[in-house]
Design a protein around this ligand. Structure first.
Ligand code: ZN
Length: 232
C-alpha cells in the first residue's frame, strides 16, 4: 500500500516535471531562437556588424542579383556612420535586426548600460526602418537576463545553428562546404559584413546556388519563424 502511494506520488511528480519542461521549452522557443523546427526546406542567411563601406555594397549586389532577402543584424553605430548604405539595405527589402549600438558583450553590462545599447540602436535603425523585433547579442553573449530584457522590449533573441566563421577568412570553399555540410530545414546561417575585407560576398553567391539546387528556399528570419512546427 505504502509502495503504491509512493508510485502515485512518483507519477504526479513526473507529470508536474513534464509540464515544467514543456513550459521551459516553449519559453525557450519564444525568447531564444537558434533554428526553427520545421519539415519545410526553408533557411535564413543572416549578416552581422554592418553596414560597412567595403563589405556591404558587395553583399547587397550579390543578394540583389540572386533575388534573396536576408536578415541584417546591424550595429547602431555603423548605421549612424553609413546612413546611405543602411537606407539601401532597407530599400532592397532586407529584414533589419538589432545587434546593439556598439559591439559590446551585453550580458556583462548593468541594467542602465544595457538599456542604452537597446535604445540607441533602436533610434538609429528607426530613422530608415520599422522598429526591429529581432535581436542578436554581439559575440553571441547572452544570459537569461538579456533574453528576458529583450522580450520585454519586444525582441526575440536570435542566435544561429550554422557558424561559417567567415570573419577568420577560411577561404570561399571552406565557407561554402561548411554550410552545405550542416544545412537542414530551419537552419539559421551566421555570416558577417562588418569591419573586414571578407570572403563572404563571394561565398554567398555559391551558397545560394547550391542550396537552391537542393530544393531549399531562402527566407528572412521573420518569415522562417512562421514555419515553426511543434514536435511530438
Ligand atoms: Zn557581431
Amino acid at each position: 500500500m505504502r509502495i503504491r502511494r509512493l508510485s502515485h506520488f512518483g507519477i504526479a511528480f513526473s507529470l508536474i516535471f513534464t509540464v515544467l519542461i514543456m513550459a521551459e521549452a516553449y519559453l525557450g522557443n519564444d525568447g531564444l531562437i537558434k533554428s526553427v523546427p520545421t519539415t519545410h526546406k526553408v533557411i535564413s542567411l543572416t549578416f552581422d556588424d554592418g553596414p560597412h563601406p567595403d563589405s556591404t555594397p558587395k553583399l547587397l549586389a550579390i543578394l540583389r542579383e540572386k533575388d534573396v532577402k536576408a536578415t541584417m543584424f546591424v550595429l547602431g553605430q555603423s548605421v549612424d556612420e553609413n546612413p546611405a548604405l543602411f537606407a539601401q539595405m532597407v530599400a532592397d527589402g532586407h529584414e533589419i535586426g538589432s545587434h546593439a549600438y556598439n559591439h559590446i558583450f551585453i550580458s556583462k553590462l548593468n541594467a542602465k548600460e544595457r538599456a542604452e545599447q537597446f535604445e540607441k540602436a533602436e533610434r538609429s535603425i528607426m530613422i530608415a526602418a520599422p522598429k526591429p523585433v529581432l535581436f542578436r547579442p554581439p559575440g553571441g553573449g547572452y544570459n537569461d537576463g538579456v533574453v528576458q530584457d529583450a522580450l520585454r522590449r519586444g525582441y526575440r533573441t536570435v542566435l544561429w545553428s550554422i557558424d561559417t566563421r567567415d570573419w577568420s577568412r577560411p577561404g570561399v570553399n571552406q565557407i561554402v562546404n561548411h554550410v552545405m555540410k550542416k544545412i537542414k530545414p530551419g537552419s539559421i546561417v551566421l555570416m558577417h559584413d562588418g569591419q573586414y575585407d571578407l570572403q563572404t560576398a563571394a561565398a554567398v553567391g555559391v551558397i545560394i546556388d547550391r542550396i537552391r539546387a537542393e530544393g531549399y528556399t531562402l527566407v528572412t528570419v521573420g518569415e522562417l519563424l512562421q514555419y515553426y512546427e511543434e514536435r511530438e
